[in-house]
Design a protein around this ligand. Structure first.
Ligand SMILES: [Fe+2]
Ligand SMILES: [Fe+2]
Length: 233
């Protein structure tokens, strides 16, 4: 029987970076296929653009709130991987994604305690069942829920738009502003109201705004929403 305790490679630890994650062939293949499947099902873009952006926003939130550098890097990694579970199924993709991330990060020899943080962040990112279970998780939730943008729409036929396509297509700019002094996280969105009404935005984004507010509260911040320069929340 193999004694893994004497296997030095099994105990090897590495400081895994976002670049390591982005270059891993399994992660590349799984994320590519996950996005292809989401496309076939008619969902908006869930690929590298969304993944990278969520990671960036999450990292930026924690840096601006003066969390340690490595904590912010874990938000970048968790954000990048948060939707990888879509390679299995849209349903429960947060949970399958956490398990997939565990396997892949173990292969990269990430520290077990860091893997645990990433798993909790990915496993809790969805508004249906998620809860901000830590600062990394809270940052990933806000990054994910704030990504509404025209470039996410892949349906080329505007006549066949559903409400998600319409709201995303109408969003010409979305930005997460973090004010560390004021302890406020503000989601700014510019919506073309010829395409979608602000009400439609709230119709599909209300549950996302609520989990974002809980996430901001976890980080000791207020959560604000400004649409077309008007503060609505
Ligand atoms: Fe997701
Ligand atoms: Fe997502």
């Amino acid at each position: 029987m193999t004694d893994y305790r004497s296997n030095s490679r099994a105990n090897e630890r590495r400081l895994v970076t976002l670049d390591d994650v982005k270059q891993d062939p399994y992660i590349v293949a799984f994320m590519k296929r996950a996005d292809e499947q989401m496309g076939l099902l008619g969902y908006t873009e869930h690929g590298g653009r969304h993944a990278g952006l969520v990671g960036n926003i999450g990292q930026n939130i924690l840096l601006r709130l003066k969390y340690p550098e490595r904590t912010a890097q874990l938000a970048a990694i968790s954000g990048y991987l948060h939707d990888i579970g879509n390679v299995v199924h849209r349903e429960e993709h947060a949970h399958t994604g956490a398990m997939i991330a565990m396997e892949l990060l173990r292969r990269l020899h990430m520290d077990p305690e860091e893997i645990a943080i990433v798993m909790g962040a990915i496993g809790n990112h969805e508004e249906e069942r998620g809860d901000p279970v830590g600062e990394v998780c809270a940052a990933v939730i806000i990054g994910d829920k704030s990504d509404v943008h025209r470039t996410r729409v892949r349906n080329p036929n505007t006549l066949a738009f559903d409400i998600h396509d319409r709201v995303n297509y109408a969003a010409q700019r979305s930005f997460v502003r973090v004010d560390g002094d004021r302890k406020a996280i503000t989601l700014e969105v510019d919506i073309d109201t010829n395409i979608s009404k602000v009400m439609e935005y709230f119709e599909i984004f209300m549950s996302r705004m609520l989990i974002s507010r809980r996430a901001a509260t976890f980080l000791g911040c207020a959560f604000e929403v400004v649409i077309n320069k008007v503060r609505l929340l």
